[in-house]
Ligand binder design. Structure first.
Ligand code: SF4
Ligand code: SF4
Length: 174
């Protein structure tokens, strides 16, 4: 047995629904023209949205108390990065307690998908994603973030210190 459903008059004659939709749009347009302060949108770039502290924006390489990089060049972030946009060159550290350190650490931010896997993979809290989200630049080379940008850019004011203490790390064997 087959059931044939009859179309409702509202769906058969779609013009009233279109007119109702256009009426709503026109009403909103008039409201926004008369009282623009009540609009739900921001006039970017004059007005900027402040995301919460947990927002995963631009990357930061954290530093130790002496200002040196916390990163031990273990490559876990680069291995976990699905966009393969992290490049690290490791070197031996003169301090016997630190096995390796990066002499070069770069993120190609145009390939990054801001997934946060690098931050999750890092065992020593050496990379974080902060609340910055604007990445404008006129020069393509500016989108290749190097150590000087990732760890010491001007707005970081000398670098962000990790909460994980070196002694805690050594006790935990990492
Ligand atoms: S946020 Fe994701 S895509 Fe971007 S560098 Fe980290 S792991 Fe790679
Ligand atoms: S996972 Fe952390 S310590 Fe390892 S290379 Fe990446 S940032 Fe450095």
């Amino acid at each position: 047995m087959s059931i044939v459903k009859r179309q409702q008059i509202e769906t058969k004659w779609y013009l009233p629904a279109i007119l109702a939709g256009m009426g709503l749009t026109f009403k909103k347009l008039l409201k926004n023209l008369i009282a623009p302060r009540g609009m739900q949108t921001l006039n970017y770039p004059e007005e900027k949205y402040n995301y919460g502290p947990r927002f995963k924006g631009n990357h930061v390489l954290t530093v130790k108390k002496d200002g040196s990089l916390r990163c031990t060049a273990c490559m876990l972030c680069a291995t976990n990065c699905p966009a393969q946009c992290i490049r690290i060159i490791a070197a031996e550290h003169e301090d016997p307690l630190v096995e390796k350190y990066p002499i070069n650490y770069e993120i190609d931010i145009l390939r990054c998908i801001f997934c946060g896997f690098c931050e999750e993979a890092c065992p020593v809290d050496a990379i974080r994603m902060g609340p910055e989200w604007q990445t404008p630049a006129l020069n393509g080379g500016r989108f290749n973030y190097d150590i000087s940008y990732l760890a010491y850019r001007a707005n970081l004011k000398g670098g962000i210190q990790s909460k994980v203490d070196d002694q805690e790390r050594h006790r935990a064997g990492i």
